[in-house]
Unconditional design. Structure first.
Length: 293
């Protein structure tokens, strides 16, 4: 099994701090979102760069959430004063860009409900080095991290890193338990025609790597799908696909979506470019949108 992380036994780190105006490399002493060394210098550098205080708080808290969600992979945070830049240093030796402004491309708005959204609520990180390190940098590395799990009576590959496979199993088991008392959910499970997870490919009509390439996404198709399923397929019939009303789109049962979200998965039905058959493991997005700084 390929892993970019090291044992937690190397903690705690000793902080390495030069003068306040120099480039500072601050190993993360604790994975608390409010580690004093990191917080104090982050606030100072961001303020020095001319950003308003509330934007500083928001960006710092976003960084803290990323550390919290991927804590066993993150070794240190590198701060630069002039110009302001933040990098994440990983145990793998990789150095990943986090931000040089008042926001980070790691996060995007994930609505609490399905709706017709005109803004792009699905922003991809500028660099996939971060996810490459966690889930695998090559096809061979990803496949070494895959394990077979049961997903609605199908044996499918899912990435074991960062508890992705474990959380998928938890979500599926919880849905199956609910189905024992809920006829709608039981019928939903029976109506599943096919499901797939790991597929090395890019997102359709883009050069952007799909989360299926990491083995952390699930697509589910049904024998009968009432409504438009996917924005790209829909665009053939409805040029202004973004205005397709909710009642004409396929809708997953709310209980199913809620269970997946509680286990760290986002549902593509809530994106502007809707993909109602799709779930992907992005625990940082779920957590960030719960607190929304």
């Amino acid at each position: 099994m390929v892993s970019c992380s090291q044992s937690a036994e190397v903690l705690p780190f000793k902080s390495v701090v030069h003068t306040i105006d120099d480039t500072v490399v601050i190993p993360v002493i604790t994975f608390s979102p409010y580690s004093n060394f990191l917080k104090d210098h982050f606030y100072y550098f961001h303020k020095k760069a001319g950003y308003e205080y509330y934007k500083t708080i928001s960006l710092y808290n976003s960084l803290s959430l990323l550390i919290q969600t991927y804590r066993i992979y993150i070794k240190a945070v590198e701060l630069h004063s002039d110009p302001f830049e933040v990098y994440i240093l990983l145990y793998s030796g990789d150095r990943v860009f986090f931000s040089d402004s008042d926001r980070s491309s790691f996060f995007y708005t994930y609505p609490s409900t399905q709706g017709v959204y005109r803004h792009n609520s699905r922003i991809r990180p500028k660099s996939f080095v971060f996810y490459d390190c966690i889930y695998g940098k090559s096809r061979a590395e990803v496949e070494a991290n895959l394990k077979k799990i049961s997903i609605f009576n199908r044996r499918l590959n899912f990435n074991r890193q960062n508890n992705a496979a474990a959380n998928m199993e938890n979500a599926v088991n919880q849905i199956v338990e609910v189905a024992k008392q809920d006829k709608e959910i039981a019928g939903w499970i029976k109506s599943i025609r096919t499901a797939y997870t790991y597929t090395p490919r890019n997102i359709a009509e883009t050069e952007v790597k799909s989360m299926h390439s990491y083995g952390i996404a699930l697509d589910i198709r049904f024998y009968r799908e009432k409504g438009y399923v996917y924005w790209l397929w829909s665009s053939t019939f409805v040029p202004e696909w973004w205005d397709i009303p909710m009642e004409k789109r396929y809708r997953m049962p709310e209980k199913v979506v809620s269970i997946f979200e509680s286990n760290g998965f986002v549902w593509g039905g809530k994106w502007r470019k809707f993909d109602t058959m799709h779930f992907e493991y992005r625990p940082e997005i779920i957590l960030w949108n719960k607190v929304r700084f």
